[in-house]
Design a protein around this ligand. Sequence first.
Ligand code: AR6
Length: 178
Amino acid sequence: MNSSNKIEVVKGDITKIEVDAIVNAANSSLMGGGGVDGAIHRAGGPSILEECETIIQKIGKLPTGEVAATNAGNLPAKYVIHTVGPIYGRNPEKENELLANCYSNALKLASELNCRIVSFPNISTGIYHFPKTTAAKISLAAIREFIAKNKTIEKVLLVCYDSENYEILKTEISGKIY
Ligand code: AR6
């Protein structure tokens, strides 16, 4: 399989789609929040937060662009991979790279955990206000680069909850060869 059909843009609720690992757009406290983070903790149940607490006790906080895995509780997945997207405008020189790191670090950890199918939300494009078209380009480039050199990851789902992100990603993915 070449990398072009490994990336799929879908519309829906990431908590409802069966995969090996669901990536969560969390914050550095890992203590839950709104948006997709809230939806993941609500649907997954308390076992996810318990593991997040253990991680935070060890590391203090999860830096932007970095990742940590927990169980997936009641979600249809083996793992939740929590990552922290950049807050738009807070670190302008680094924000594109930090957003790319979220995708590549999550895929690296998923691969280490032997995950074949991984789903992502549109990290940072909600409460963190990252411009959606730029975020879409960054996410596709980072995923494409990673899967081109990785054999474990068979499918990456970009799960768009809002129509705007869905339309943007459909356009971005169709115009280029991935
Ligand atoms: N499934 C898939 N995508 C979703 C879902 C869902 N169920 N719900 C929302 N989205 P956001 P951020 C989309 O705000 O910008 C939290 O409070 C949403 O449409 O969830 O990275 C964290 O704790 C948007 O496109 O994450 C942090 O404090 C995308 O998910 C902060 O928000 C990301 O929006 C992180 O902000």
